[in-house]
Ligand binder design. Structure first.
Ligand code: PGA
Length: 255
């Protein structure tokens, strides 16, 4: 396999942080620090911050994404935002299936699949999150869990559509805990995800798919994680809220 067939993507996941004014300030701070990045740079932000972030990012190499989307185009779904709405305002990326959505908001593999479908139908690029819980790793079913989550999420996704999918492997025990997967652990699961894509879509698709690692990636450990053969970037939570830290990760990914 040829890693040069893939591009590296560093995406921030701001979670429930930053007001619109703060979003403008943070994007403005990040902009000059990542202007010469040799990788794709994305900031996924709360819905309320999308306009401010897109405005601040105009003319720069920072792409803006949302953190979720609903599968219906419109309707009686209080509190939700549709993929169609995101597309309409010019959002490019959307995170789907984040473990916090699965843990705290009843997201299932089936609803993840529906959201992925809607996002693709609306021309959005999807950052699809998969990953095992600590007890699942301890029970030695990490690969089964990650394969199942990925397979269900991709049901009905064509090889051509796969170009708009990034898979983020995020072990739940490593998210926001400061407990990073070792580079070897990250690479092992990312490699298994790529192998699954090979089974489902063939070698060319497996060579091309971008598989990120996420979970306490920071300025200190990004170099080692991103040097792994099957780690094509990162989904960054905490460290994406501090411009210098996020920029250091982008720099590590640009090597
Ligand atoms: P973290 O979050 O970097 O704060 O661990 C990663 C994520 O949830 O995407």
């Amino acid at each position: 396999m040829d890693k040069s067939l893939r591009k590296v993507v560093i995406a921030g996941n701001w979670k429930m942080n930053k007001t619109p004014d703060e979003a403008t300030a943070l994007i403005n701070e990040i902009k000059p620090l990542v202007a010469d990045a040799n990788c794709d740079v994305v900031a996924c932000v709360p819905y309320i911050d999308l306009f401010a972030a897109m405005e601040a990012a105009k003319g720069s190499n920072i792409k803006i994404g949302a953190e979720n989307c609903h599968w219906a185009e419109s309707g009686a779904f209080t509190g939700e935002v549709s993929a169609n709405m995101l597309k309409t305002i010019g959002v490019e990326y959307v995170v789907i299936g984040h473990s916090e959505r699965r843990q705290f908001f009843g997201e299932t593999d089936v609803t993840v699949q529906k959201r992925v479908r809607a996002a693709l139908d609306n021309g959005l690029k999807v950052i699809l999150c998969v990953g095992e819980l600590l007890e699942e790793r301890e029970q030695n079913v990490t690969m089964e869990i990650v394969r199942m989550q990925t397979k269900i999420a991709l049901l009905g996704v064509s090889e051509a559509e796969l170009e708009n999918i990034i898979i983020a492997y995020e072990p739940v025990w490593a998210i926001g805990t400061g407990k990073t997967a070792t580079a070897a652990q990250a690479n092992e699961v990312n490699c298994a995800i790529r192998a699954l894509i090979g089974e489902l879509y063939g070698k060319a698709a497996a060579d091309k798919i971008v598989v990120q690692y996420g979970g306490s990636m920071n300025a200190g450990n990004a170099d080692e994680l991103l040097a792994q053969y099957d780690v094509d970037g990162g989904l960054i939570g905490g460290a994406s809220l501090k411009a210098p830290d996020f920029a250091a990760i982008v720099k590590a990914a640009s090597k």
